[in-house]
Design a protein around this ligand. Structure first.
Ligand SMILES: [Zn+2]
Length: 73
């Protein structure tokens, strides 16, 4: 299972085009796991941004800071 464009979501407000992450399922037996991952991502999309210690705000769906790459606290 691969996730593409996961970090493009934060650019929604800055780009004319809306880019959502793509999840590609290479093994059909991982369908349940993929659905759970999508549900978790959708739930987090409604949460507020989280501030990174470097000072940059990050969308809730980000697991790492877009600016410095630090892991979400
Ligand atoms: Zn940062």
């Amino acid at each position: 299972m691969d996730v593409f464009d996961a970090h493009a979501v934060g650019a929604r407000g800055e780009l004319a085009a809306i880019v959502y992450p793509r999840l590609v399922l290479r093994d059909p037996t991982q369908h349940q796991r993929a659905r759970a991952l999508i549900a978790r991502w959708e739930a987090r999309s409604d949460q507020p941004d989280w501030p990174c210690p470097c000072g940059e705000p990050n969308p809730a769906a980000f697991e790492t800071c877009w600016a410095c790459g630090r892991e979400r606290p």
